[in-house]
Unconditional design. Structure first.
Length: 141
């Protein structure tokens, strides 16, 4: 029993640490799981592998693929590229400008560790602008 005590204590410590991370730091736990799970055992790892495979299949330069892999975007990216990089937006709004015969699509994201929402503006499926706005103004979109 005495020989097993250190293993029991380490197991308990790991359990407490994982429980804390699951409740208070879920993004950190997901990042750790993605780094450890290279075979796609967890749902998070399967989703990440599918995301990376979809980015690899895009017919864009390698540098732009690396930007998407790092979960960032660039002007001129398509709506599909932004979805691959950042996931589903919290809100999607389309505005029609009949005078200019123009349709703009707005993707509204609440990115981690940022207080203000990020708005991506698309024209004809291409990213033309990105900016921060206040949460109060987002209600009006």
């Amino acid at each position: 029993m005495l020989r097993a005590l250190p293993y029991i204590m380490v197991g308990g410590l790991v359990y407490l640490m994982l429980s804390y991370m699951a409740n208070y730091q879920p993004e950190l736990l997901t990042d750790i799981l993605l780094q450890i799970d290279i075979y796609g055992i967890t749902p998070e790892a399967r989703q990440e592998q599918a995301r990376l495979a979809a980015i690899k299949e895009l017919t864009i330069p390698f540098e732009e693929k690396e930007v998407l892999v790092n979960r960032t975007v660039f002007l001129g990216a398509t709506q599909e590229m932004v979805l691959l990089a950042l996931g589903e937006p919290k809100k999607v709004v389309e505005k029609h400008w009949e005078a200019k015969n123009l349709i703009l699509t707005y993707y509204i994201y609440y990115l981690p560790n940022e207080k203000r929402p990020t708005i991506f503006v698309f024209q004809e499926g291409k990213l033309i602008n990105a900016y921060k706005d206040s949460a109060i103004n987002v209600v009006n979109y």
